[in-house]
Design a protein around this ligand. Sequence first.
Ligand SMILES: Cc1cc2nc3c(=O)[nH]c(=O)nc-3n(C[C@H](O)[C@H](O)[C@H](O)COP(=O)(O)O)c2cc1C
Length: 457
Amino acid sequence: MTTPLHFNAFVMNTNSHIHHGQWRRPDAGQVDFNDVRLWIDLAKRLEAAKFDALFFADVTGVYGDADADFDVYIREGLQIPSNDPIPLVAALAVHTEKIGLALTSNVAQSHPYQFARQVSTLDHISNGRIAWNIVTGLQDNGARNFGFPRLTDHTERYAWAEEYVDVTYKLWEGSWDEGALLKDRESGVFGDSSKIHKINHESERYSVQGPHLPSPSPQRTPVLYQAGSSASGRDFAARNAEAVFLISPSPELARQQIEATRSRAVEFGRRGEDIKFFQGLSFVIGDTEEEARAKAEEYEKYISIEGYLAHSALVDSDGRVYDPQTPLKDVDTNTAKGFGEWVSKAITDREPIVADIAVLISRSTRLVGTPEQIADALEIWQAAGVDGINVINWVIPGSFEEFADKVLPVLRARGLAQSEYGDGPTLRDRLFGEARVNDRHPAAKYRGAFAAVEVGA
Ligand SMILES: Cc1cc2nc3c(=O)[nH]c(=O)nc-3n(C[C@H](O)[C@H](O)[C@H](O)COP(=O)(O)O)c2cc1C
């Protein structure tokens, strides 16, 4: 039997998120991202199309060298200006009923006590539809905005994330026992203090006494997303993630990453199927192949070479984005060496230039074709182990509308997309068949763990 794929709409509360330059198109609604009505309208459309979730990426500063100027980012509207997804998700929660709402939050940007409280509040407001994309940052500027001299060392960032999630797991899973909230008007007892516990957490960075202020929300722990690809990132995912976000250049490479992460998860006492993998893809859809190709060419006219280079931090030693015409052999960058090697392999009939990198990035996870051809390609991704797709947009809302109107019906006919939301009120119910993290997840060990600790101890 065919299993339906899951579909998320991948967005950011900004003008230019992934496909830089497209905001100049006349149908690009994302220029009005400050207007909450854009997002409410999008969330409703996605829910009508039975998308699993609306997924918000986020950053804590600008890309590139923290000491360089940032005029490229401003000119392009490239993730600046950008708004915080958390209050936006609250607004979307009250205008929708079923769709999951995923937000990104960096461990450096807020204290875990405060963050855990915000998430519990959102999970209450949405009746259990919140997911958290756990990130550790990619920007020196993003670190400096929170009082750190630079981005913390890579391995250390993941150690920090482990410490951070540990605090939140204790608050979400351990601080309140089941049945602690009584709301008993007769007896005049609102909560049962014998079932509510301080967590007395002490670690290198955090000291948190507790108890958690909110009462348990439908999911308690939100659905946990993560996107690390390095060895330490993968270990973190194998231990903690319930969904992993990939931008793999091919199904075969996705398969390798999925298998490696799943077998690592088993070493940590979890099961391979405890983690779902979402590949990021963008789509150019035509009624015929020719129409799709023509549309792809039209999108390419709007591509901002400089935008892609700036986003991928292809900058010189002074932190400046390279001139697009620079021969690749003259590039000396610390930041994006992998891209150079990739382009040199792809372009062999002439001298590759910096602009080639941008074009290749824009095409790397793009599927161009008829709805049938796209469905065929998605079957290949699914066969590689992918459970879902994060649909990356060119324009909002058009890219999602087109996908919903043209591709989803074909996928449904093949059993590859859901026609209705699954049972259960929460996002986790619909992904995993239960509202709470399963017993193999590290958060689960805190259930009841503080019950023996005397109140006030
Ligand atoms: C599809 C995808 C989406 C991501 N979204 C964000 C994001 O919204 N904010 C962020 O700070 N980092 C984001 N990242 C970066 C990851 O959190 C992570 O730092 C990056 O993949 C490098 O992984 P590594 O640290 O294991 O090498 C994203 C990465 C991928 C692949």
